[in-house]
Design a protein around this ligand. Sequence first.
Ligand SMILES: Cc1cc2nc3c(=O)[nH]c(=O)nc-3n(C[C@H](O)[C@H](O)[C@H](O)COP(=O)(O)O)c2cc1C
Length: 361
Amino acid sequence: MNVPALPSYDIRQTYDWNYRRPPSLVEWMEGSGKVPERREMPGSWTFAGLPVASPLGIAAGPLLNGAWCRYYAQLGFDVLTYKTVRSRQWECYPLPNLTPVDCGQLAGDEPGVSASTESASSWAVSFGMPSQSPSIWQEDVQATKESFRELGRKPQPLLSVSVVATVAPGAVEADLVDDYAKCARLAIAAGADCVEANFSCPNVSTCDGDLYLQPALAGRVAAALRAATGDVPLLVKVGHFRDDRLEDAAELLRQLAPQATAVVTTNSVASRVRGANGEWMFSGQRRGICGAATREASLRQVEFFRRWVDRAGAALRIIGVGGISTAAHVRSYLDAGAEAVQLATAAMQQPDIGLRIRDQW
Ligand SMILES: Cc1cc2nc3c(=O)[nH]c(=O)nc-3n(C[C@H](O)[C@H](O)[C@H](O)COP(=O)(O)O)c2cc1C
């Protein structure tokens, strides 16, 4: 019998199209009759200090709404990050949102990468962090938590909500700080188990796009977020530091450590993208390259962060993300000092990857 492939995000379609058509494991099982086996991962695991059944999480991005979160919670993931939301409705960039690229391991100093006509294990991400209005995403977050309860798993999968501030041109620093804190409060009021603040997004050309590169401001935002989150774990997502700039990361960590529970690294490696006819795509602006091509750079960053945390005697936890698609990759992040990991690209391309990693463990 031919078992149909698990449904996944359709990159030829818009964000809204995919938002409105979340996959359903129940429907898929009705078509195939086969319940995927979810092997335990022996060990004692935590995420931002909270107990979890495995170190496997989905990063901010692939989970557009609660139905997407629930799908991956049923496919072997124990931390589900609700795609970055804002304090107001926000449109998505036009297609292409995901452009496969053909490249080796990136270091961040490449003049560009080439788009590929084939499917590839890395792609350029260009969404611009779209968001529903808070009333819509808050209701959905609340319902998602309830649906996790219904799964009856102990410990229950965690729902982490990723947030970002939205500032109008001409806004002052206080507006940015306040809007981050407001988003965190909205997420917690809706029932988020953790809040992940996105301090990095190479495809958004506003000051929230490179907050992680402004350590003093990042520290002030993190302090406001900590005040807003109280006892709820606060994670800060950061972008890539080139190897020759890794020392700059030390100042960022010094600012974040007193406030954040964990730092999530690495968002992506930014690069310009060359189209099929040699032209620069996206008006020559850089986009975040995500997937396999970022794994080595991200691992080096996790190692650097770990050394800094140990030397400083800080309580800051590290969540590893970037290019993970096998159990060996998960181990390499844990060995480098990560508490847990998150996947995005590989999980979108192979929705059963969490189950496969469990099989390989
Ligand atoms: C489709 C897609 C959308 C993403 N959207 C966001 C986002 O909204 N917020 C964010 O912090 N990171 C976002 N990211 C970055 C991922 O969270 C992650 O850091 C990155 O993809 C590296 O992991 P990977 O190599 O497993 O893909 C997105 C990534 C992808 C692939």
